[in-house]
Design a protein around this ligand. Structure first.
Ligand SMILES: *Cc1c(COP(=O)(O)O)cnc(C)c1O
Length: 351
């Protein structure tokens, strides 16, 4: 039996006796050891935290289950969120499971097709706006301030509480915190949540050490790195296409307190890592997730010595969510044949 985030981590979450307990099977995701990219980056040990194994295919489910449980506890009947795609897929799934109205406000362009397909099928009300994620977030914040609807973006503190449980799992699996945690940064909620989780794990003496938090923005959406909001953010990694991260100051605090870094990677670096993950590691992630791996490769090639380090890259979302990017990757292995065994044998040199 899968017990899920609420049951498994209830004592570390702000639940009460009145909080409903349910699950779609979120959390308890695998930590998979790398061979190829570990060697390429010169890492002592490298692991991927496969958040793509969550029920809607991204880490958003860990926080959403807590946010939706608290919304139900507080008597809410409508949840709203802005999204670059994965938050809306997750909200729509948990909203459907719990009989809530789910309203999602998303940019008309730049939401990956698989994510919209999820929200449509789960039955959410989808409001497409002529603007970016930052506009969508402004709108839902105003809605939630004026009306009895529950905001389930990562500004909702229950989201970060749920997301911190991924750090618990890493500590549990490794028996300690890693030396470095590489993670993509969009709205900066997840890096904040992991840091919270590692700090709590440290306070509870599950680990004697803390990781350096290594966050990576996309170069075209690198507000924190550049030190100012980006008016029109742009990157192929739509899940981190955020120009004014809501958890900006918390992410900077995580960097400072951990002695880590927040840096950026280009779309070319992201796509190189995306392809390497699939072809060398057998892991199909979405482009935003590959930003963590791209960041690792960038720093390793720049001379960062990691041979004595235990490194974890967080693989935040599934490649199936963004089929358009996937089929655009140079299709060298696509060849057409008649429905004939001989033709395939010839082509394979098996004649
Ligand atoms: C939401 C998301 C991110 C960014 O997380 P933030 O908490 O917004 O920084 C990265 N990757 C994927 C796949 C996401 O869905």
């Amino acid at each position: 039996m899968i017990n899920g985030v609420l049951e498994r981590y209830g004592e570390y979450l702000p639940l009460t006796e009145k909080t409903p307990i349910f699950t779609l099977g979120e959390g308890d995701t695998p930590l998979v050891k790398s061979e190829s990219i570990a060697a390429e980056a010169g890492c002592g040990e490298l692991y991927f935290k496969l958040e793509i194994c969550n029920p809607t295919g991204s880490f958003k489910d860990r926080g959403m289950v807590v946010a939706v449980a608290k919304a139900l506890e507080e008597g809410g009947d409508t949840i709203v969120c802005a999204s670059t795609g994965n938050t809306s897929a997750s909200a729509a799934a948990y909203g459907a499971r719990c009989g809530l109205n789910t309203v999602i406000v998303v940019p008309n362009k730049y939401v990956a097709r698989g994510k919209l397909a999820q929200a449509v099928t789960y039955g959410a009300r989808i409001m497409l706006i002529d603007g970016g994620f930052d506009d969508a977030l402004r709108i839902v914040r105003e809605l939630a301030a004026k009306h009895p609807v529950v905001l389930v973006n990562s500004l909702n503190p229950y989201r970060l509480q749920g997301q911190k449980t991924a750090a618990f799992e890493i500590v549990n699996d490794l028996g300690t915190a890693p030396d470095h945690l590489f993670i993509p940064v969009g709205n900066a909620g997840n890096i904040t949540a992991y840091w919270l989780g590692f700090q709590e794990a440290h306070q509870m003496e599950w680990t004697g050490t803390l990781p350096k938090m290594m966050g990576f923005e996309a170069e075209g959406a690198a507000a924190i790195v550049k030190g100012h909001p980006i008016e029109t953010p742009n990157t192929i990694a739509s899940a981190i296409r955020v120009g004014n991260p809501a958890s900006w100051t918390k992410a900077v605090r995580a960097r400072e307190e951990s002695g880590g870094a927040i840096d950026s990677v280009t779309d070319d670096e992201i796509m190189e890592a995306y392809t390497l993950m699939a072809r060398e590691e057998g892991i199909f992630c979405e482009p935003a997730s590959a930003a963590s791996v791209a960041g690792l490769l960038k720093l390793a090639r720049g001379g960062m010595r990691l041979q004595d380090s235990k490194v974890v890259c967080v693989i935040t979302g599934s490649g199936l969510k963004d089929p358009d990017t996937a089929v655009g990757v140079d299709p060298v292995f696509r060849e057409e044949f008649p429905a004939d065994t001989g033709a395939i044998e010839d082509a394979m040199g098996l004649a």
